[in-house]
Design a protein around this ligand. Structure first.
Ligand code: CTP
Ligand code: MG
Length: 249
């Protein structure tokens, strides 16, 4: 592996609307401590020595705005590029991936909606891919017991079973991949989708699993949680305030 190949590129899907967060700007542009979520997420990646390039998949009508935001927050040190994202997260990742130079062999995919991921998680995921894994996901054990149900929105839902909690993990990002693996499964998914096949997945490792690849889990971090609902933003503000008070973050 040459020097360029050992350095990972990161794709940041940031083109979602953030419907579960409620009315307002697209989620990636909503502020946390006065700074857009996306800027926090890109900074977290840029802080890792394992990452040499970050490609942001912005809302299709917000590319110029995102370029401006990244510039105005002093993120012009590392190589950061912005492309237009797509209608689904999967499509946004595929479009971001297409903008990564051919000689990059390791790709991380990190949600813009996970602004507080510790750099140690980024480093650990990249290191696991470097050490030979084709797909790596950071994950944490579940606090709640989980039940599988027959969905019946709003009404009582019959319980099918209760998976053994000790075997379950809540997965986070960044997820790390051999670039050729990630590109191949996205290509296959696109072909399948065009043929009227399976629906898009909510994480990239899910695509690797779908096509028979091997995915491993490494320890994630509770602060790598995804900002999804309004309460998550309250928690994120508290974590950020604590970091700023304790280490001038
Ligand atoms: N994402 C994307 N392109 C899409 C949809 C989602 O790049 N078409 C990104 C989001 O911007 C986010 C990440 O994928 O960083 C995880 O998705 P999620 O948490 O579901 O974000 P949203 O889709 O924005 O939120 P919601 O589902 O509540 O609308
Ligand atoms: Mg979504």
């Amino acid at each position: 592996m040459n020097a360029t190949a050992a350095v990972a590129a990161a794709v940041v899907p940031a083109a979602g609307r953030g419907e579960r967060l409620g009315p307002g700007a697209p989620k990636a542009l909503r502020e946390l401590g006065g700074v857009p979520l996306l800027v926090h997420a890109v900074r977290a990646l840029a802080r890792s020595r394992a990452v040499g390039l970050v490609v942001v998949a912005a809302p299709a009508d917000g590319v110029a705005e995102v370029v401006g935001l990244l510039d105005s927050h002093g993120l012009d040190g590392k190589d950061i590029r912005v492309v237009a994202g797509g209608a689904t997260r999967q499509e946004s990742v595929r479009l971001g991936l297409a903008a990564i130079p051919a000689d990059v062999e390791i790709v991380l995919v990190h949600d813009a909606a996970r602004p507080l991921v510790p750099v140690e998680v980024v480093d650990a995921v990249a290191a696991a891919v470097r050490a030979g894994a084709e797909a790596v996901v950071p994950a944490v054990p579940l606090a709640d017991t989980v039940k599988r149900v027959e969905p019946n929105r709003g009404g009582p839902e019959p319980v099918l079973d209760t998976p053994d909690r000790s075997t379950l993990r809540a997965v986070q990002t960044p997820q790390g991949f051999r670039r050729e693996t990630l590109a191949a499964v996205h290509e296959k998914a696109l072909t399948e989708e065009a043929a009227g096949g399976l629906p898009p997945v909510t994480d990239d490792a899910g695509l690797v699993e779908r096509f028979g690849g091997r995915v491993v889990v490494v320890p994630g971090h509770e602060e790598a949680f995804k900002v999804t609902r309004p309460l998550d933003l309250v928690l994120a503000e508290a974590v950020l305030a604590r970091r700023r008070a304790s280490d001038g973050y």
